[in-house]
Design a protein around this ligand. Structure first.
Ligand SMILES: C[S@@+](CC[C@H](N)C(=O)[O-])C[C@H]1O[C@@H](n2cnc3c(N)ncnc32)[C@H](O)[C@@H]1O
Length: 246
């Protein structure tokens, strides 16, 4: 790939043991969600509005790293959802997701495991593939492999959509981590110091976001015609970005 923009330079594959252990302690993450520190409410509202505006036929969605799927259940209300499939490496999260999706009237499947592996054996097709706050855990190589595989699983004009921390175009990973920690210390005040430090440790060890400019280049490489951001949280850390399949 022509390197017009700075890459995260991350060559470390996702440490699924660390990621799994962190999210098995669901309470700290849930506290951050409930206080909307990552913009969950608005991000999932943006997803719901996007689905209602852009999809006018019954559709199938694949939710990679679904967590407890609580916000996703809200986004899918009043849409034309026909099939919901979700995968998570945490059995705890998957159990909560099953419960939160109980009221949704459509075909549902909950798949345990690493989505990198699960997706390899899936034949699709999906109209939408969503990755909420998990894409940035992957190495650049894994991000490319996932984009490539998702491109092949999506129906024509389908959407790969991420909700993720995103670098400014000229920002280094180190600069991003400092910016994130400053934001956390300033605003994430429902968390005690220990909880903040536990999230910081996770960010320092497992978070490798890229910039929108890089996503536009990757989009072109894997047959996506459009790559656009539809939501940025007020702290300018988290965005919802869609990639539309050709
Ligand atoms: C930050 S939470 C996000 C949950 C939800 N998608 C959201 O937007 O709130 C990340 C979730 O992805 C799961 N996860 C991370 N990497 C994964 C992988 N490689 N395979 C499957 N699940 C993964 C974690 O267990 C956790 O439940």
């Amino acid at each position: 790939m022509e390197e017009k923009h700075r890459l995260s330079e991350n060559t470390k594959d996702e440490n699924t043991t660390e990621v799994k252990a962190f999210f098995e302690k669901w309470d700290t993450y849930r506290k951050a969600m409930d206080n909307d520190y990552a913009g969950h409410l608005e991000a999932y509202k943006a997803l719901g509005d996007f689905l209602k505006t852009n999809i006018d036929k019954p559709f199938a969605i694949f939710d990679l790293g679904c967590g407890d799927a609580d916000f996703m259940a809200q986004s899918l209300k009043n849409t034309l959802i026909q099939r919901y499939e979700a995968v998570d490496i945490s059995d705890n999260a998957l159990g909560l997701a099953r419960k939160n999706m109980e009221h949704l009237n459509c075909e549902k499947h909950f798949l345990p495991g690493d989505f990198i592996n699960v997706i390899q054996n899936h034949s699709g097709p999906f109209d939408v593939i969503w990755v909420g706050l998990s894409f940035h855990h992957l190495s650049l190589k894994q991000k490319e492999e996932l984009l490539n595989k998702c491109s092949s699983l999506l129906s024509k004009n389908g959407y790969f959509i991420i909700f993720d921390p995103v670098l400014y175009d000229d920002e280094t990973l180190e600069g991003f981590r400092k910016r994130w920690w400053k934001t956390c210390q300033l605003y994430w005040n429902a968390l005690n110091h220990e909880e903040k430090l536990s999230i910081k440790e996770h960010v320092d060890n497992s978070d490798f976001p890229e910039s929108l400019a890089i996503y536009r280049e990757l989009g072109k490489k894997y047959s996506f015609t459009e790559v656009e951001s539809i939501f940025t949280d007020p702290t300018e850390i988290y965005q919802v970005i869609y990639f539309q399949k050709a």
